[in-house]
Ligand binder design. Structure first.
Ligand SMILES: *Cc1c(COP(=O)(O)O)cnc(C)c1O
Length: 462
């Protein structure tokens, strides 16, 4: 498979280089030059297979033969052996035709493990083969950080620097990052918000000299391999609910547009998805752009679903590339507008196209809390605030009660215990392997919102 940049001015690359590169050299994101197609028969044949087997079949066209089929199967097996549930991502029923897809049974209790456990083993494989080392720098609004650290810690092939906005991630999230003592893990608490952290990381990638000097790489959600790994669970869940014979709808709590973009790719690959609902909290740039065409960066407002407190949604650029039929110059024009004026507007025909594929809605804090309470009263299950945003959006936007509605459950409730306990009176317990999290020692440094400070920190730490 060849990959092209959404901005059209970076070299075409194969899978392994896309994995290692992250952001393209022209500032764009890599996307596959073509989308593999699965027939109804192909999809039907997934029935009864294990998660790992479906994962291999779904991702093979994106990865093999650059990585051999045998090696790739082994990588997948290693990646998902770290999950605490046999089916990796079980479905739980929450209503007569409503489901949540539990994506949080990995090491850090958030859906990002599904992609990052795979990415860690892919990095190991490719870097060992090439005899190379990389420096990973990432920004996190909470969950990416711990999942990325879990994927890289103790690996010989990489050092990881993780920026988080000081004071703006939960105690559990911070401790999951800062209690990892591996010498190749460097945590930085930045004076600023998540978008500031992300902008610093983007600026590092755009500094080609520095980028080459430290062999910079990324595992954040701009990395194509992450999107790819997330396509798999749309297939496994849809097939277990009756696809391809029937259509399935999804509601996705969304921040950086990575998880829902994976659903869009699954649909393009042939999976019969009826609705794709973009569920945002009050940081609703995605809801605004999909309802009005106007993408204007506002200020971030903290919520009880902090992993979606985002105003710049990186993966949206991949969708723009699709909406404009691969016209990279159009994407470049919009991205230039964005960097010059903080906003862009999608063209009329392209907006119409987007609205045929996506529904979008913003869910406020009270409705999120009410939903956590309602699901607990109805089913005895505790759901986290991000999942609750998705569940509420699904209720409001469901266009056909006869179609199964799956909400992606992106975090374990014990990751956000205060919010869950406040409305249910129940304290969600951490799973056994993390029970002593609050007794562990923490290790992190403070950093100003300053690019040069970041560069010198990295240089002296390597
Ligand atoms: C990262 C995250 C999201 C948002 O996912 P995107 O791919 O950025 O849209 C939602 N919920 C939780 C718990 C997350 O960690």
């Amino acid at each position: 498979m060849k990959y092209v940049s959404t901005r059209g001015q970076a070299p075409e690359l194969g899978f392994e280089d896309v994995l290692l590169t992250g952001l393209a050299r022209d500032g764009g994101l890599y996307v596959p030059a073509e989308i593999p197609q699965f027939s109804k028969d192909d999809i039907r044949s997934f029935f009864g297979l294990s998660y790992e087997q479906v994962a291999f079949r779904v991702m093979k066209p994106f990865v093999c033969p650059e990585i051999s089929e045998d090696d790739f199967q082994e990588i997948i097996a290693k990646a998902y052996s770290s999950f605490r549930h046999k089916t990796v991502v079980p479905l739980a029923q929450t209503g007569s035709n409503d489901w949540i897809l539990e994506l949080f049974h990995g090491p850090t209790l958030a859906f990002k493990d599904v992609a990052l456990q795979l990415v860690g083993h892919l990095f190991d494989h490719v870097l060992t083969k090439r005899g190379r080392k990389v420096t990973i720098v990432g920004a996190t609004s909470g969950d990416t950080g711990s999942a990325a650290i879990e994927c890289i810690k103790d690996r010989e092939c990489a050092e990881i620097f993780m920026l988080h906005p000081k004071g703006l991630v939960s105690d559990v999230q911070r401790r999951q990052m800062t209690t990892v003592m591996s010498s190749n893990v460097h945590n930085l608490a930045v004076d600023g918000n998540f978008d500031d952290c992300q902008a610093m990381v983007k600026a590092l990638f755009n500094d080609h000299a520095f980028r080459d000097e430290i062999t910079l790489s990324a595992v954040n959600s701009i990395n194509w391999a992450r999107v790819m790994a997330q396509i798999v669970y749309y297939f496994t869940s849809a097939v277990s609910l009756g696809a391809p014979e029937r259509e399935i709808s999804y509601s996705v709590p969304t921040g950086n547009f990575g998880d829902i973009y994976a659903g869009y790719v699954a649909k393009k690959m042939g999976l019969p998805i009826k609705q794709l609902i973009v569920a945002t909290n009050r940081n609703d740039i995605l809801t605004r752009v999909l309802t009005t065409g106007d993408y204007t960066i506002g200020s971030v407002s903290p919520t009880i679903s902090p992993s979606m407190d985002i105003q710049v949604s990186s993966n949206f650029e991949r969708l723009l590339f699709n909406l404009y039929d691969g016209q990279a110059d159009q994407v470049r024009r919009l991205m230039d507008d964005l960097s010059q004026s903080g906003s862009f507007t999608i063209g009329g025909p392209e907006l119409e196209k987007a609205q045929k594929i996506f529904d979008a809605i913003q869910v406020g804090e009270e409705a999120t809390e009410a939903t956590i309470r309602k699901i607990f009263e109805r089913t005895d299950q505790l759901i986290d605030p991000h999942t609750a945003v998705g569940v509420r959006a699904a209720e409001l936007k469901n266009a056909d009660p006869a179609t199964p509605m799956v909400t992606l459950s992106t975090a374990h409730p014990a990751k956000f215990p205060e919010a869950v306990e406040k409305v249910t009176g129940q304290h969600p317990a951490l799973p056994a392997h993390m029970a002593d999290l609050f007794e562990r020692e923490e290790k992190y440094d403070l950093l100003d919102h300053d690019l040069d400070a970041l560069k010198s920190y990295i240089r002296t730490s390597l």
